[in-house]
Design a protein around this ligand. Structure first.
Ligand code: ACK
Length: 220
């Protein structure tokens, strides 16, 4: 395939087309701005600040990192386990450079990251590595359906690496799977907002955001 002669990238993934990147950044900023003003959020501010009285500006609290994407396989230039097999996979080669539509079904915020959950289609799941959920080191997440970790990192707090976003998402989904309903806080314009404790907020979008994205790789 086309990847045979190339060295291995930092990661493979879907890269959002630039027009939709701006739209999603705006949606995310609007959500953070609104969340910031809610009494329910203020009640749990200590999760973010460590101090009860301190204020937080969520738009400043998170830093954006690079172009918006949904990682399929982190290869670390070949050092990551399974990197070579992934790059040689038939579906990966066949679909390299193709555009498909990602469905963003939720936004989530924790003291570490802000991200979007991506709900993959059966066709997209052929590009999903078998062990992605297990490798996240969230024990309760090992039994979640394949693709549960799929996300777009929208921002990280200071000193936090983007790999944390998928871990934060898996922790929320694991709680749901264990039967923790969370605390339904508010019906917002975009959807319903639920609190899962320890500073974890999930906004289930009423209308999923549809984002065209190109399956490709990043060398950095
Ligand atoms: O936001 P992300 O999905 O989290 O996109 C970046 C991308 O690779 C480049 O750093 C993700 N990433 C980093 N380390 C890992 C890892 N060990 N497993 C899975 N994804 C990772 C990071």
């Amino acid at each position: 395939g086309p990847l045979a002669e190339m060295s291995l990238p930092l990661f493979f993934g879907w890269f959002l087309l630039s027009s939709v990147q701006d739209k999603i950044r705006c949606t995310s900023m609007d959500f953070l701005k609104t969340l910031d003003t809610l009494d329910a959020f203020k009640k749990h501010l200590i999760d973010f600040t460590g101090k009860a009285e301190k204020e937080v500006d969520l738009e400043q609290y998170f830093q954006a990192k690079g172009t918006l994407h949904c990682t399929t396989k982190f290869c670390d230039y070949g050092k990551a386990e399974g990197a070579k097999d992934y790059a040689e996979n038939q579906a990966v080669n066949d679909l390299y450079g193709s555009v498909s539509e990602l469905s963003l079904s939720a936004l989530f915020v924790t003291p570490r990251t802000v991200g979007a959950r991506v709900s993959l289609t059966e066709e997209q799941l052929v590009l999903w590595p078998a062990d992605a959920e297990k490798e996240a080191d969230v024990p309760a997440a090992a039994s979640l359906p394949r693709g549960s970790r799929a996300h777009i990192t929208l921002g990280c707090s200071e000193g936090v690496e983007p790999v944390q976003t998928g871990v934060d998402l898996l922790e929320i989904l694991a709680l749901q799977q264990e039967g923790q309903q969370g605390e339904l806080v508010e019906e917002m314009e975009l959807g319903s907002l639920t609190y899962y404790g320890s500073g974890r907020w999930l906004l289930s979008l009423r209308e999923p955001i549809c984002a065209p994205a190109c399956f490709s790789s990043y060398y950095g």
